[in-house]
Design a protein around this ligand. Structure first.
Ligand code: HDD
Length: 693
């Protein structure tokens, strides 16, 4: 094969790309090195990749070693700047299907035809932590979706919380400076529990509503598959007659909205910092595809001023009971990325990536975002050609007069690169609205230029209290605990005092309890008088199904194969996943010789990594150690309010633990319906009635 240039064919041929046009577009860029000869980047075959070129075997490396220099310089330049916010994220491919045509409301091409599938790429993220931080930090989760439509990319760059910290984008750098690790010592990582953040909170009271969400269970999700997504701002739908309506976007997870408990989230941060990305990755690998329904809230233009809040204020939600959410389609995530850097890290979202039929409003937070995202990609991805990176390429043709710049891939032919021209018959030519050209909605605006905020943005506490009123008693307790933890970590007593003096306006009893817990004076102010609630805001009312939840089966030799076998089969039939956990990896054998394979040991995994336990127990070589592991697992799951199923042989371990018979404890002894009751309990996920302290 001497003299042959290297086979550049991208042999990772995929069979599933027939329908997904984005997948087809990515295919030519995939390179599989397996079974191939190594080359330099110039295509030269490499003879030795272990020794640098030296003047004598013990001599210095010489300049001539182009292979060493190429390999080393490439490595030296491997890192790019992480995102200034949302640095830690994980993404997957999928597709979106519409339930019914939205033609009456929007001309957006991908919202016309229920038979059409639109490829999507979704990146979930935390906001504050660095690229290498833990998944389970208390934080907002980013939920950014890129729709690869026939009319260009549409990006819905949302969060898992429907409101935001600030009302005007000019305050975004201040917010982020306050919440990121403090600059003098770069602590704490991926946490808002520190002085500068709470100082910002107390001195920027528009944040009140968002903080209630941030202190709630929403900020510690169980899974990316179990979060809602929100576009946050009011956007516009515009139909083909030019009629505009205000719209808010929602993603509703089919599995419901579920959370961790805070103590568990912190333990997981050490036991498995990749908890959320692993969960997403594994679910897609085994075919449990995450699904989210797209919902919209719509308002007629004449209703703009009908509410006691400003619909352009991003610190306000539109209560679903007043403006119902209409479900218009479903997104399914069905393919993991091939390469996290190439896809997840290099993907560039931008709320300004819209298609005809979707337009902006004057929300001052949205207006500022429209500047920031393109700007940040220029530094993060090294220049203006990032839209040519495969993951960012639209699936429709690109024609314009933009040229050159670092790492330009496109080879534009011809000599004309300007508009208007005669040499190319004035092409590429612009399109009228009828031909698909994007024409901004002709909203009438008038006013004096001013650096001020509308008075209609002034009410910062009504919806914060609406949120509080909507919480179930356990959710309220979690909020109190979260405030006590977060503000309890603040060293400045003055800041701690300011925080309770602020949140007394949301609820006096809450702020008083927090004040007692964090060593400051009880607040003197009064809560505002808002009595309404919105049941849609409480996770107590969410979907509860057992599918995809994970049971840890704690087991040793000598188990009853009939009893355990029946239960495991039932779990599988109900879509519940389980892992066999024992004192060693490999085979465990029942009393009559049936074998199961342990995929985890008591030390390689932990109760916090499971939604539930099935305690079978029985014997082991070191029985005392075996017993103590199982008892520790039971105690941990019990204090995190999780359902626990106890096989007949497991009773003895249960009796040794701190757990008591009661809610979420399902005993097999004398219980014909054990498997069903156990699965019912798994679906519930948490039993807050349990008195653990
Ligand atoms: Fe932002 C990233 C969501 C306000 C400036 N933002 C970013 C990402 C999400 C959001 C999900 C990560 C996208 C990805 O996975 O790559 N941001 C939001 C939401 C906001 C919001 C829902 C309020 C409703 N953001 C916001 C403001 C500004 C920014 C007010 C600045 C004016 N956001 C950015 C950014 C980032 C970003 C600096 C960092 C990395 C990136 O854009 O690509 O431009």
């Amino acid at each position: 094969m001497k003299g042959d240039c290297v086979d550049n064919s991208n042999s990772n041929q995929r069979k599933n790309s027939d329908e997904n046009v984005k997948d087809q577009q990515l295919e030519p860029f995939r390179v599989d090195n397996e079974g191939k000869k190594m080359t330099t980047n110039q295509g030269l075959k490499v003879s030795n990749d272990e020794d640098s070129l030296k003047a004598g075997v013990r001599g210095p490396t010489i300049m001539e070693d182009f292979h060493f220099r190429e390999k080393m310089t490439h490595f030296d330049h491997e890192r790019i700047p992480e995102r200034v916010v949302h640095a830690r994220g994980f993404a997957a491919h999928g597709e979106f299907e519409l339930y019914e045509s939205m033609k009456e409301y929007t001309k957006a091409g991908f919202l016309q035809d229920p038979n059409k599938k639109t490829p999507v790429f979704v990146r979930f993220s935390t906001v504050v932590g660095s690229l290498g931080s833990m998944d389970t930090a208390r934080d907002v989760r980013g939920f950014a979706t890129k729709f690869y439509t026939d009319e260009g990319n549409y990006d819905l760059v949302g969060n898992n919380i429907p409101v935001f910290f600030i009302q005007d984008a000019i305050k975004f750098p201040d917010l982020i400076h306050a919440v990121k690790p403090e600059p003098h010592n770069e602590m704490p990582q991926a946490a808002s529990a520190h002085d500068t953040f709470w100082d910002f909170v107390a001195n920027n009271q528009e944040i009140a509503h968002m903080i209630m969400w941030h202190m709630s269970d929403r900020a510690i999700p169980r899974s990316f598959r179990m979060i809602e997504g929100f576009g946050v701002h009011a956007f516009r739908f515009v139909n083909d007659k030019g009629k505009s309506r205000f719209v808010k976007f929602h993603w509703k997870p089919v599995l419901g909205v579920h959370s961790l408990v805070w103590d568990e989230a912190q333990i997981i941060a050490g036991k498995d910092p990749d908890f959320h990305r692993r969960d997403l990755w594994e679910s897609i690998e085994i075919g449990d595809y995450p699904e989210y329904e797209l919902g919209i809230q719509m308002l007629e233009p004449e209703d703009e001023f009908k509410f006691d809040f400003d619909i352009l204020d991003a610190t306000k939600l539109w209560p679903e009971e007043i403006v119902p959410v209409k479900k218009i389609g479903k997104m399914t995530l069905n393919r993991n990325v091939d390469n996290v850097f190439a896809e997840t890290e290099q993907v560039a979202f931008h709320p300004g990536n819209v298609v005809p039929g979707i337009d902006f409003t004057n929300d001052p937070l949205l207006q500022g975002r429209l500047f920031s995202y393109l700007d940040t990609q220029l530094i993060r991805l090294g220049g203006p050609n990032f839209s040519e990176i495969p993951i960012n390429r639209p699936v429709c043709p690109i024609h314009n007069n933009q040229r050159n710049g670092f790492s330009r891939q496109t080879i534009n032919v011809g000599r004309v690169s300007y508009h208007k021209n005669s040499l190319a018959n004035n092409t590429p030519s612009t399109s009228t609205a009828r031909e698909g050209g994007y024409v901004h909605y002709e909203e009438k605006v008038e006013g004096r230029i001013t650096r001020a905020r509308s008075k209609s943005f002034d009410n910062h506490f009504s919806q914060a209290r609406l949120f509080w009123n909507s919480m179930s008693p356990p959710e309220k307790q979690h909020i109190i605990d979260a405030f006590s933890f977060e503000v309890g970590k603040v060293k400045s007593k003055s800041v701690r005092q300011q925080v309770v003096d602020m949140f007394v306006r949301v609820d006096k009893a809450m702020a008083t309890t927090v004040a007692d817990n964090i060593g400051v004076n009880r607040p003197k102010g009064e809560q505002i008088n808002v009595t309404v609630s919105s049941p849609a805001l409480s996770q107590a009312n969410t979907v509860k199904v057992p599918q995809t939840l994970k049971v840890g089966v704690l087991i040793g030799d000598g188990f009853d194969a009939n009893e355990v076998g029946e239960v495991l089969k039932y779990l599988t039939r109900q879509g519940v996943r389980y892992n066999i956990i024992s004192d060693r990896l490999g085979v465990v054998t029942s009393s009559d010789g049936v074998q199961l394979t342990a995929s985890d040991t008591f030390i390689t995994t932990d109760a916090v990594l499971f939604d539930s336990l099935y305690v079978v127990g029985v014997k082991a070589n070191n029985q005392a150690k075996f017993n103590s592991y199982i008892v520790n697992y039971i105690n941990e799951a019990y204090r995190h309010y999780k359902p626990i199923g106890i096989a007949t042989s497991g009773t003895i371990f249960f009796n040794m633990s701190n757990a008591n018979v009661g809610p979420g404890i399902v005993l097999a002894t004398g219980n014909k319906d054990f498997a069903k009751k156990f699965v019912d309990a798994i679906a519930q996920q948490r039993f807050w009635q349990r008195n653990i302290y």
